[in-house]
Write a protein that binds this ligand. Sequence first.
Ligand SMILES: [Zn+2]
Length: 254
Amino acid sequence: MPSRDSEAIILRSYPLGEADRLVSFLSRAHGRMRGVAKGARRPKSRFGATLECCSYIRIWFYERETRDLVQITQCELQESFMSAFGNYEAGNTLSLLSEISESVLPEREPLDASFRLLLSTARAIQNSRQTALPAAYFALWTMRLSGWLPALDRCARCGENLTGKQGYAAHARSGLWCQNCRKPGMSIISGAALDAARPMLSEGLQVLLERNPPLAAQELRELTKFLLNGIEHQIERKLTTRAFMIADRMELKV
Ligand SMILES: [Zn+2]
């Protein structure tokens, strides 16, 4: 089989047998894939540090006819995010981004916008050491690119304008409901958190990071919690790295 190559971002890698690693990666040209890096656990492996979470690499691999897993032959590091992992919040947020990408993106479907979103968000975390805004931005755009983001400015039931008002939701996919339409058990999302989401739909992450005054961390975390609930509803399971996020240690107002 012919060898292929692509830009890629490492999502995760796991020990496989005595000497190998099983690697989940998002390739720009071929979409999300999994492969085996033979000998990657040996001390003087040719893969070096290229297989760390979120590493931006050039990868060479070939397909094996009867297997789902590709054979990874070579990786070349373009950009490492290891220094961000030295910071607890930044490292946890990068792990969350990679878990979301692995859970949400279909296999072997090139999605350039999702690739660029992951890379630009990881860079923003690495360079700014901020996590609240990048996490919210990534979750919002993951929902949007997947077609799961509800309208944030009107009630999904009666159409009332929600600008500046709080919304209610059973989960993010059901859309936001107004005060009059709300049902028991729906969680509330504040008007301020919804206001924080709106500029994210039109401005780039870098512009938002430089905004003065900045978007408030508390509203961003409330928004992230709402969006992660929506993602978990879609993938029908809990995100394991979410347990370490500050957003989740904060109680939602009721
Ligand atoms: Zn309504």
